[in-house]
Write a protein that binds this ligand. Structure first.
Ligand code: GDP
Ligand code: MG
Length: 394
């Protein structure tokens, strides 16, 4: 008996669909075979090593850290957040994590910055999340607005081209302003005039580990300038002329190069040569600056002031999308003693999609030996190995 042609076609379609269905179920999923897989040029993920507190002088909590202690062990330091009113709940979530793991023992003040006035709701919810003092600061327009030499038409045209090539946030003027403010202006705010140390905290980040020493005192007492948790490669399309501009600056100011610099880390072209090529000589490896513990005296130094002004004049915060992370990192790599840059391996930290998860009984809620719980290919973005290779674990 002959089968009608439409029925044969339907059967064929059913077989094809069935095969497709089986393929979707049984196709191999791309997985890592082990935590070591993500490291090229490096034997082992150091977050797997048992992690304790850093060596050096550590100061513990005491009644001298009570919120209203007059004779206090706190130094001139603040937790610092640039944040929008509508991010209040995510900010409170970050605060709760950091207060639980660290700040309820030390009660350092929080300073919040915004380009518009903070709402009463923002102030009420954030001040309820800590026993420490909270300060709410408006950023002056002359710090936030694009400088007068930035041409709006050129910005629009370059932003359109960047967006076409896949650069995230390219057309968002406020994102460019945020990166510029974090690069070279936050520490000039009058509210920080008498503050030297800061810990930058973003909304919606997580802290996993109990930290039982005063982190700011650790920095001060052990002669550190800058602390980080994660190092990543940047998208070279965001900064094609950042390194060429830096080279011009260095040619004019060779004396600013520190004798114990980390320039080999800045210009590494072995581990990710394509990035170095597209960035015209910069590896794109940077300290991921949504976490920073730092000494503002470094940003206030003549070398950094001149460097920032040179970059600002060059226009790349707007005509490209230079981030504060690569700008800070290049400056630290060139102008600072690399032994003053500290990896806080013991601070469990997450800003989606990456985390630093130490192997320590003090940590809860993260998996050690991995950089991300996102797509496996994101592990390629880790460039801590080159920092360890050129500058050590300091
Ligand atoms: N007040 C204010 N904060 C901003 C603005 N843009 C970004 N931020 C803050 O700057 C930080 C970085 O921005 P975010 O959107 O998290 O960028 P991402 O981490 O690079 O995706 C966060 O703390 C934001 O709350 C803005 O226009 N105004
Ligand atoms: Mg963020």
């Amino acid at each position: 008996m002959a089968i009608a042609r439409p029925f044969r076609a339907l059967m064929l379609l059913a077989v094809v669909l069935w095969c497709f269905f089986l393929y979707q179920i049984f196709k191999p999923t791309p997985t890592l075979h082990g935590p070591g897989d993500r490291y090229q040029n490096f034997e082992r993920d150091p977050t797997l090593d048992p992690t304790g507190e850093p060596e050096g002088t550590l100061v513990r909590t005491s009644e001298r850290y009570a919120p209203d202690a007059v004779d206090t062990d706190r130094i001139d330091a603040t937790l610092l957040a640039l944040v929008r009113n509508e991010e209040v709940d995510d900010m409170v979530s970050s605060m709760k994590d950091l207060e639980r793991t660290w700040n309820h023992k030390f009660n350092y003040p929080w300073t919040f910055f915004n380009d518009v006035e903070f709402t009463e709701e923002f102030k009420r919810k954030t001040s309820a999340a800590t026993n420490a003092k909270c300060h709410y600061e408006l950023i002056p327009a002359e710090h936030w607005d694009a400088p007068r030499w930035i041409d709006k038409q050129i910005f629009d045209e370059s932003a359109a081209a960047l967006e076409k090539s896949g650069v995230q946030y390219a057309k968002m003027m406020s994102y460019h302003q945020m990166c510029r403010w974090n690069s070279g202006l936050f520490y000039k705010h009058p509210a920080l005039a008498r503050t030297r140390w800061y810990w930058r905290v973003e909304p919606k980040v997580h802290f996993f580990c109990d930290v039982d020493y005063d982190v700011f005192r650790y920095m001060q007492d052990n002669n550190k300038t800058y602390g980080f948790t994660i190092n990543l490669y940047d998208d070279p399309k965001t900064l094609p002329t950042l390194w060429p501009e830096t080279v011009k600056f260095l040619a004019e100011h060779p004396n600013y190069l520190h004798e114990n610099n980390a320039i080999k880390w800045v210009v590494d072209d072995v581990r990710r040569p394509d990035h170095n090529k597209k960035a015209q000589g910069y590896s794109t490896c940077h300290f991921w600056s949504n976490f920073e513990v730092g000494d503002m005296d470094f940003w206030r130094s003549q070398a950094y002031e001149d460097y920032f002004n040179h970059l600002d004049r060059a226009g790349g915060f707007f005509y490209e999308r230079w981030g504060d992370a690569p700008v800070h990192s290049i400056a630290l790599g060139l102008f600072e003693d690399s032994s003053k840059i500290h990896w806080f391996r013991d601070i469990g930290y997450q800003h989606i999609p990456f985390f630093n998860c130490p192997n320590s009984p003090k940590c809860k809620g993260c998996v050690t030996g991995r950089l991300t719980d996102g797509e496996a290919w994101l592990h390629r973005e880790d460039c801590r190995p080159t920092w360890f290779k050129y500058a050590g674990m300091g």
